[in-house]
Design a protein around this ligand. Structure first.
Ligand code: NDP
Length: 326
């Protein structure tokens, strides 16, 4: 038997509880993992609360991230005892996920746990940190360098935002952090933010073009915020769009693209090819320090994850939450 969060649906009503399940109930897969840690991402919170259409079949074990040890494997790539990491691939959405003591998965979805991190540290980073790294790589690929000007990070106190600040700062960029939580100024500056911007300046409908304020941006907010971020991007700059915390719509004009040559780079972490994942995790290992992971993260047990999902969607969680199975 193993413990898991189970999301069930009956007559359109969703029920979420921690249950003891039989190993025989695990879905098909060639690798069985003893999960040490998982985490709570925005998407997991949507799945657990039922506030977003994340879960594609029921019953579902949520959890888009996990780290643990291989217990059994018929995959050539992994053997019992190997430490592994998983992010995305629809796990926790269409295939049972990481918020459980055990998971059975396709070996192709797993990567070796990076040597730089313990399972708990890798989950402190999780999809949020890995997505932040992909977004930073998109800015680099588009030619946005520290000497070109400031980089704006929206949703700054959240998971993607916190890691974006830490990574950009380590790489020498001057970072502006847009937040709705002015009380988190010391936290954000501790991560490496140089300037704090009230997110209210970006969240209402704005002009097609505004004063050129940043050379690049990492946006996890979408909606009017992303439109205003594009409008304030300097000539030739790049905006990496990761999320939709304000909304899915993009009420913008083409003006920043056709008059300022701005690039809008879309970031998807879920189906990202393996080579990019390995590169992103290699760079995370180079750039992040254990003390930063501790500052960004708090650890909870499986039982607390359901209530914490509500808190996360209410914008009351700072940084990241690791869910430990210990
Ligand atoms: P968090 O909840 O940790 O962070 C989101 C942050 O956005 C909040 O902390 C808050 O920051 C800000 N925010 C929340 N609501 C609003 C609002 N109405 N208007 C403006 N800002 C708001 O989530 P994550 O960091 O885990 O994820 C952020 C987004 O990125 C989500 O939409 C998620 O789905 C998406 N995502 C996408 C991925 C991909 O592959 N593309 C991967 C991972 C995440 P503050 O309080 O500082 O203002």
């Amino acid at each position: 038997m193993f413990k898991a969060i189970l999301i069930e649906k009956q007559d359109d009503a969703q029920r979420v509880s921690v249950q003891s399940l039989e190993e025989s109930q695990l879905p098909a897969g060639d690798v069985t993992v003893r999960v040490e840690c998982s985490t709570l991402n925005y998407k997991d919170a949507l799945a657990i609360t039922g506030k977003g259409p994340v879960v594609r079949q029921f019953p579902m074990v949520p959890g888009i991230d996990l780290a643990g040890t291989v217990e059994a494997s018929s995959s050539e790539a992994f053997k019992p005892g190997d430490s592994v990491l998983l992010n995305g691939w629809g796990v926790g959405e269409g295939h049972w996920g990481g918020l459980a003591e055990k998971a059975r998965l396709k070996g192709d979805w797993l990567i070796p746990l990076p040597a730089a991190f313990t399972a708990s540290q890798a989950m402190a980073i999780g999809t949020a940190g890995y997505t932040a790294m992909l977004a930073v790589m998109a800015l680099e690929n588009s030619g946005v360098l520290p000497e070109h000007g400031d980089v704006l990070v929206t949703g700054a106190s959240g998971g993607v935002g916190s890691y974006s600040i830490a990574l950009l700062s380590k790489l020498g960029y001057r970072v502006i952090a847009a937040t709705g939580r002015p009380e988190e100024e010391a936290y954000l500056k501790g991560l490496g933010a140089d300037e704090i911007l009230d997110r209210g300046e970006l969240s209402e409908p704005g002009k097609p073009l505004a004063r050129e304020r940043w050379a690049g941006a990492i946006d996890s907010v979408g909606s009017h915020t992303l439109a205003n971020v594009l409008a304030g991007t300097r000539y030739g700059g790049c905006v990496a769009a990761c999320g939709l915390a304000q909304g899915m719509e993009l009420p913008a004009t083409v003006a920043p693209f056709i008059l300022r040559g701005v690039t809008l780079a879309g970031i998807d972490s879920v189906m990202r090819p393996r080579a990019d994942r390995l590169e992103a995790w290699r760079r995370l290992g180079e750039l992040l320090e254990p003390a930063q992971l501790e500052a960004i993260t708090r650890t909870i047990g499986l039982e607390e994850a359901v209530d914490t999902a509500e808190e996360l969607l209410a914008g009351r969680v700072r940084g990241r939450v690791v869910v430990s199975m210990a």
